[in-house]
Unconditional design. Structure first.
Length: 397
């Protein structure tokens, strides 16, 4: 009869491969390992078979970093039902070496990995073949590969998110308002939406969205992130004002994000699908360059005035080579402002649309209504039309 020993899957969730200190701090990144025979055992849990305490701790840590439940089975092989349901099976080399007769193991299936710590033993390859293992892995050397494999097994990623990057042609152009409106509109449409504040000196998008008091991590919690983060754990941990996941800044003295951290966070957000909106600064550093490289559609917000055009040319020269598709959002100016078509010609950018001023926007923000929250407002209607054009035909909400 199977016996099980529940363990805390997240107690050492930092420091290797796809496991990071940032991931360990996110809510949902560390889940309890479920008992193999207890009530409520999840069909989606990673199946772990080993009696090696050190190896078990390593495997539980990697599962925790990926936000994956782990079901540990001691003693006899698992039942056929549990064996087939698990998205991934991790067999310790100790269990393979001390296996009962091969006929007592469940049948062959994909997603079986043989894992150990000891130097290569030619006999272990033969045991792996008998079990139908896809790979024979050695820790710690193969931890990055195994972390990715665990994350793939539990996340089952679909199409990546449409990623929109918003930049201002000059200070005060309205880029942050447009970024918020795009995210609020996408969330109102029922789409999975993540809004990322890429400007540490912008004052914090949580203030613009009225979410400064909401619990959840801000950028300083992720500055040490490396490798792969769980998209589910990221989405579950972040503050959720107005139905979207928000990664903003706190009021600490942390004002820089390493490129590795930006890569990890955006990779997790994009794997989650839906829409990701980045509010980006006009200045460049390694993290901003990383973000620009992941943008599907860049939107440069430029008011119709000569000074704004002069400033925007510098932004186009700096960011243009890194964004695969950079377009102009022309802010319509009252009076003798430069027309949108002329702005497009002067900046040599295709026009994404014209964006007039929205009456009462400042007053609405003061009352806790973020940009885009009024469905019939200028920003909301502009955002809805842009999302309709940018999202693939038939994209699920």
């Amino acid at each position: 009869m199977d016996t099980t020993e529940p363990r805390a899957a997240g107690r050492t969730a930092a420091g290797t491969g796809g496991a990071t200190a940032g991931a360990a701090r996110t809510r949902g990144a560390a889940r309890a390992a479920r008992t193999a025979g207890g009530a409520g055992a999840a069909a989606e849990a990673i199946l772990i078979l080993t009696e090696d305490e050190l190896l078990l701790d390593d495997l539980l840590r990697l599962c925790a970093a990926a936000g994956a439940d782990a079901e540990v089975v001691h003693g006899e092989p698992p039942t056929a039902g549990r064996w087939e349901r698990a998205p991934l099976v991790l067999i310790g080399e100790d269990r393979a070496a001390a296996r009962p007769q091969a006929s007592r193991w469940p049948g062959r299936r994909p997603g079986v990995l043989l894992v150990g710590h000891r130097p290569q033993d030619p006999a272990i390859w033969a045991r792996g073949l008998e079990l139908g293992a896809e790979q024979v892995l050695r820790l710690p050397g193969d931890e990055p590969w195994l972390a990715d494999r665990i994350a793939d097994a539990v996340e089952r990623p679909g199409p990546p998110a449409l990623t929109l990057g918003v930049l201002g042609g000059r200070g005060g152009a309205g880029a942050s308002s447009l970024a918020c409106a795009l995210a609020v509109t996408a969330a109102r449409q029922g789409r999975r939406t993540t809004l990322v504040d890429g400007d540490p000196l912008g004052g914090g998008l949580d203030l613009l969205l009225g979410g400064e008091r909401l619990p959840g991590p801000r950028w300083p919690a992720f500055v040490s992130a490396r490798g792969r983060l769980s998209c589910a754990a990221l989405a579950e941990s972040l503050p959720r004002p107005h139905g979207l996941s928000l990664l903003s800044w706190d009021r600490s003295d942390v004002t820089r994000v390493p490129a590795d951290a930006m890569r990890s966070v955006l990779g997790a957000a994009r794997r989650g699908g839906g829409v990701v909106v980045l509010d980006l600064p006009r200045r460049r550093d390694e993290a901003v360059d990383e973000a620009l490289g992941q943008v599907d559609l860049g939107l440069l917000v430029v008011p119709g005035e000569l000074r704004a055009v002069a400033a925007a040319r510098g932004v186009v020269a700096a960011a243009g080579p890194l964004v695969r598709d950079l377009r102009l959002v022309a802010r319509v100016m009252a009076g003798d402002g430069i027309p949108a078509a002329e702005l497009s010609r002067l900046l040599d950018l295709p026009l994404a649309g014209e964006l007039p001023e929205e009456p009462g926007l400042s007053a609405a923000a003061g009352a806790g209504e973020p940009p885009g929250s009024r469905p019939r407002g200028v920003l909301a209607r502009f955002s809805a039309a842009l999302l309709e054009r940018a999202l693939p035909a038939g994209a699920a909400a």
